[in-house]
Design a protein around this ligand. Structure first.
Ligand code: DQA
Length: 156
């Protein structure tokens, strides 16, 4: 128990390529390269040595779907997704997550429910995810990976 190694794909959707520059008061001041470094730093060795992770970002809905389909054929074990604004609009990404059936944790840098715009309070993808981590900046991704590994261990 607990020694399985997992392939994890982290998908970042539109407008997440320039975090660090984009509204840092909302999304923090760490950039996307620092995200990968922070994940390695924050995740304890026991977790880091049990995962291989690939960090993918695209501003295009169809390309995100193509990447998710590839993850299915590559037999990726788990997904972390921050779909950006597509969270609130994309039935297409939800339909894809729904058929590929790769266990998925939804993440957001900001706390969606503390945001002013009502549309951000609705996620089309949460119903088919294991759970949601929202509001902790880059630490949301750290917690999502911990939760995903725990889930994968329990559901092998
Ligand atoms: C976001 C929240 C979304 O509402 C927004 O459109 C984003 C980023 C977040 O990480 O807080 O692009 O997903």
């Amino acid at each position: 128990m607990g020694m399985e190694k997992y392939n994890i794909l982290i998908v970042n959707g539109p407008n997440l390529g320039y975090i660090g520059k984009r509204e840092p008061e909302i999304y923090g001041n760490r950039n996307i390269e620092e995200l990968a470094l922070d994940l390695k730093e924050y995740l304890k060795d026991e977790i880091i040595k049990r995962i291989d992770f690939d960090l993918y970002q695209s501003n295009h809905e169809g390309e995100i779907i193509d990447r998710l389909e590839r993850a299915y054929f590559d037999k990726v074990d788990g997904l972390i997704i921050n779909a950006g604004a597509y969270t609130h609009t994309s039935l297409a990404i939800r339909d894809c997550l729904s058929w590929i059936k790769i266990p998925c944790v939804e993440v957001h840098l900001s706390n969606l429910w503390a945001r002013k715009e009502d549309i951000r309070h609705v996620s089309l993808i949460s119903p088919i995810c294991i759970g949601v981590v929202s509001g902790f900046g880059i630490f949301s991704y750290v917690m999502a990976i911990l939760a995903l590994v725990e889930y994968l261990d329990a559901n092998r």
